[in-house]
Design a binder for this molecule. Structure first.
Ligand SMILES: [Zn+2]
Length: 209
């Protein structure tokens, strides 16, 4: 029973790690499978949605005067919210960038509070070149619920099957070599008395009691 709980816990941790890994992989590479952009222009709002496998990018952007008043479309200053969700089978991780452009039209960068950096995630442009990651994307840090739990459980189930198959294969190999299937102690092919090392299939005999 304790072994089962420990095994389930290991599978859950592996499932969560896989969920994050898949989301980051998609953040780095899924832009290659991107669908074209339906740009939606309503008044001074300019919103766009980009979709690709395991990736949803929504961008909500409007130009404005430096004093905060909304400026007509095509204005120099702009603010916007850039939200990206990544993950498979569900979109499980999120990156949100609130853009503030200064007078020169340059977005503010690293001089941000920690909470904002966590919301933004890690820029893929900072990854080493050999990884070949898409530029102008972000490795998300924020989990999205319940999608994160859903992906974690899905991958945990997968890991459970993989570990089960691995364990069965290892036991079969040990048995074939005449060893204890549980601890690999060499029984020289004699499985009738069980294993003196770990107690596998050992019947407690009268002398020892
Ligand atoms: Zn044994």
């Amino acid at each position: 029973m304790r072994r089962l709980i420990a095994r389930l816990l290991v599978c859950l941790i592996l499932g969560a790690v896989t969920t994050v890994g898949v989301a980051w992989f998609l953040a780095m590479y899924s832009v290659r499978w991107q669908e074209p952009v339906p740009v939606d222009v309503r008044g001074t709002d300019m919103s766009s949605v980009l979709r690709s496998i395991g990736r949803l990018h929504t961008w909500d952007h409007y130009p404005h005067y430096s004093d905060g008043r909304i400026k007509s479309f095509g204005g120099f200053y702009s603010t916007g919210t850039d939200t990206r969700e990544y993950g498979w089978p569900a979109l499980a991780m999120k990156s949100r960038v609130q853009m503030y452009f200064d007078e020169r039209g340059v977005a503010s960068g690293w001089d941000l509070p920690t909470g904002e950096l966590v919301l933004r995630g890690f820029p893929t442009t900072r990854l080493p070149d050999w990884m070949g990651a898409s530029t102008n994307d972000r490795l998300p840090i924020m989990p999205v619920f319940p999608a994160f739990a859903y992906n974690t459980l899905t991958f945990a189930a997968g890991w459970f099957v993989v570990l089960l198959a691995f364990g069965a294969t290892r036991r079969a190999f040990r048995r074939q070599r005449g060893r204890c299937p549980q601890c690999a102690y060499n029984l020289r092919g004699d499985f009738t008395t069980g294993c003196p090392e770990c107690g596998w299939r050992r019947v407690p005999d009268a002398n020892e009691q």
